[in-house]
Design a protein around this ligand. Structure first.
Ligand code: ADP
Ligand code: ZN
Length: 711
């Protein structure tokens, strides 16, 4: 099968339009083609799906894909269908006739990928259907998506996944392919065991997501304004995560008031309302979704450009999962965490309410790790990857700590003042009180305890409250002083504090200056020009997506759009070379995009291309009076290729008279139709006009119409 394409790369371009495999994909695909059982662990957005989809397309038979959520199935099937690939799903949303007709299509061998929910898969009727299918068409494999759902150790256990082992007994020869983004060893072992994988090859991809920019912002008092400014500085779709439903509602409302299209999403809303908001976000009707963590699992939007955690995440693993929903398409995206000690206290309070002591301990440790991440001064990526057990080389140059390192200063003397004040207050007070004493505050509480008489009273007037806080937090964070966690947060000295008193230990702290903004690029006219085109192409994509009732990213990925705006292909041949464009997509959408680009180039007086030599040959034969059929026979090319040549020649203002190829009535009819429903997409025109009109004819008249109606 592969040989039909000469190489896997050719097959990749043919089915998905991409030029290169991402790291790991090719090896996995080769193993899958050798019918090995596989366990693939890749971070969200790593490109897992393609690893089982491409082998499924190259092997004979149907690949059964088990997927836990209807939304996920729908999304993957939409994307495959839009690439002209035979895919479908069977789930509880379909009525009897629909089910029947899909089953027929499957048995006719029209489907390469069949998505099913686990509970359906294992009912007797369906198993019988599978037996029949196996005889008739063959089963190329089982792909178990979100395989961690099989494990009680994972974060999303689904009992129905446990039954999947039956498949192993029933079809021992059919290879099984398990996929997950979960990092822990325990879950991995459990997946192998619970699914009964046989000698599986385990692929663990790097958890690094180089396209994501990580930053932590100290959450200011006016945190909403801070958020608003952040959102305004960003482009494209974004997710804002909040802890509580109330916060979700408030923030979404305030953003709307400030003219930003935002919708809420949380578990307290009605199902249908939530589903509508989710779809509007996925379809780019609104830019922003404000959500609790209920949102995310089951949405696959690859072009989320930023994720903000407005409140603290519960642990680093969930932070990585949630922030990882940005930039799944591999394009640059931003992840920002808003961090405040007030939020931390609230979270710790919630943990303290837990009855189970072990849960409390785990909870506290997890929060500690989040704080280590937020307060850390080394590369954020290194901190996260270390948490996942992966060494990282040091500096990533794509996080705030790498790009804007905080200056480190020696604050040993200040630390001595601070710690001795803790000692003189007899280790019975919290940070605010210590700072009040140091700064010589006149508060009643100070006099009440006689602390205005201490030798440390007022010795710290030279520094602001914020600076002392920065020091105090750093001391706690570095472990140089302890803070009780019984709800009172009292500072206690430890052995390091005493080393500092004795000048045996230096104290260095990272100095936080006011919030930094990412440096903006200098004005670049070429970039401005391609931005303008990109904007137009986005509009066109949205328009086509709405017509076909799919999400814009299903039509083309952001990366493809960006390449179009840069390279500005003005012929279908050049358009097909763009990464992400398959021959099928070029056929569907090529004309619309190419003419948009061509028009843009003409308006901007950019050079328009000359006809290609192949077009010129067609033109010469046309001028000799040959019909399209004759030209195609003479040149040994398909008729539709010649139609494309003629359309391109028309667009380049070459002298062509289409009346030679189409009757007066047909032409008039097509023009009438274009005038009613627009010319951006062929399919609606074709549907409207019916079987008497071919795509080629419509294309031809449309090209002529566009030329006549320019300016
Ligand atoms: P995962 O399931 O691992 O979260 P997906 O399979 O959804 O990730 O892939 C994420 C995105 O990356 C999709 O938009 C997909 O089309 C794209 N992608 C996958 N492989 C490649 C590749 N080789 N080149 C370019 N884009 C790719
Ligand atoms: Zn870094």
């Amino acid at each position: 099968m592969v040989s039909q394409f000469n190489s896997l790369e050719n097959a990749l371009k043919y089915f998905f339009g991409y030029d290169q495999f991402r790291s790991g994909q090719k090896q996995i695909i080769n193993e899958a083609l050798n019918n090995k059982d596989l366990l693939v662990i890749m971070p969200t957005g790593g490109g897992k799906s393609l690893c089982f989809q491409l082998p499924a397309l190259l092997k004979s038979g149907v690949c059964i894909v088990v997927s836990p959520l209807i939304a996920l199935m729908q999304d993957q099937v939409d994307t495959l269908l839009d690439n002209g690939i035979g895919a479908t799903f069977l789930n509880s949303t379909l009525n009897r006739e629909e089910l029947q007709s899909r089953e027929n299509a499957i048995l006719k061998g029209k489907i390469k990928l069949l998505y099913v929910a686990p509970e359906r898969l294992l009912n007797d009727n369906f198993l019988n259907f599978l037996d029949f299918l196996r005889q008739k068409v063959g089963l190329s494999g089982f792909a178990i998506d979100e395989a961690h759902c099989v494990s009680a150790w994972g974060h999303d256990f689904r009992p129905e996944y446990r039954q999947l082992k039956q498949l192993r007994f029933r079809y021992p020869q059919v290879p099984m392919f398990a996929l997950t983004a979960t990092a822990t060893k325990r879950v991995r072992a459990d997946i192998i065991e619970q699914l009964g994988l046989q000698n599986p090859t385990v692929h663990v991809a790097s958890f690094d997501r180089p396209n994501l920019y990580y930053e932590v912002q100290e959450k200011s008092r006016r945190s909403y304004t801070q958020l608003l400014n952040y959102v305004r500085s960003q482009e494209g779709s974004g997710i804002i995560y909040c802890l509580s439903r109330k916060n979700v509602e408030t923030i979404a409302f305030r953003l709307q008031q400030d003219g930003i299209e935002a919708l809420p999403y949380h578990a307290g809303m009605y199902d249908d309302e939530r589903a509508v908001n989710q779809t509007r976000f996925i379809r780019d009707d609104v830019r922003i979704i404000v959500a609790t963590i209920a949102f995310g699992m089951g949405i696959n939007k690859p072009d989320v450009r930023f994720v903000v955690h407005y409140d603290l995440p519960r642990n680093l693993e969930s932070y990585y999962q949630e922030s990882g929903r940005a930039g799944r398409d591999g394009e640059p995206a931003n992840c920002a965490l808003f961090f405040s000690f007030g939020d931390l206290k609230r979270l710790e309070y919630l943990i303290d309410q837990k009855i189970d002591e072990k849960e409390q301990r785990v909870g506290r440790q997890q929060v500690r790790q989040v704080v280590d991440y937020a307060e850390g001064t080394e590369c954020r990526r290194s901190i996260i990857l270390r948490y996942f057990g992966q060494q990282y080389k040091g500096k990533c140059d794509n996080c705030d700590n790498c790009n804007y390192p905080k200056p480190i200063e020696d604050w040993t003397i200040e630390a001595q003042k601070f710690l001795s004040c803790v000692a003189r207050c007899q280790e019975r007070f919290g940070m605010s009180h210590i700072i009040d004493v140091l700064r010589g505050s006149k508060k009643k509480k100070i006099e009440k305890y006689g602390h205005h008489l201490l030798s440390t009273y007022g010795i710290g007037k030279d520094k602001s409250v914020a600076e002392w806080k920065m020091l105090g937090r750093s001391l706690i964070h570095q472990g140089f002083v302890n803070e009780t966690t019984d709800g009172f947060s009292v500072l206690k000295l430890n052995k390091y504090s005493w080393e500092i008193f004795r000048n045996e230990r230096k104290v260095e702290i990272a100095i936080t200056k006011s919030l930094k903004v990412k440096a903006s690029n200098d004005y670049n006219p070429r970039k401005a020009e391609s931005d303008l085109l990109l904007h137009q192409l986005r509009k066109l994509r949205k328009h086509l997506a709405d017509q076909n009732k799919v999400a814009p990213y299903v039509v083309f990925a952001d990366s493809s759009l960006r390449l179009m705006a840069q390279i500005k292909p003005q012929t279908i041949e050049a358009f097909k070379k763009i990464s992400g464009v398959t021959a099928y997509k070029a056929e569907q959408y090529g004309d619309s995009f190419v003419s948009e680009i061509r028009e843009f180039c003409q308006q901007q007086s950019l050079p328009t291309p000359l006809p290609t030599s192949s077009n010129m040959i067609t033109l010469q034969l046309y001028q000799q009076g040959l019909t399209i059929r004759e030209i195609s026979e003479r040149r040994n090319l398909k008729e539709s290729t010649i139609y494309s040549h003629i359309s391109e020649l028309l667009a380049m203002n070459q002298p062509i008279d289409i009346d030679r190829f189409i009757s007066e009535e047909k032409k008039a009819m097509i023009i009438k139709c274009i005038q009613t429903i627009g010319d951006s997409s062929l399919t609606p025109l074709k549907n409207h006009l019916g079987d008497d009109y071919s795509y080629d004819e419509i294309k031809l008249v449309r090209a002529w119409y566009r030329r006549e109606n320019k300016q």
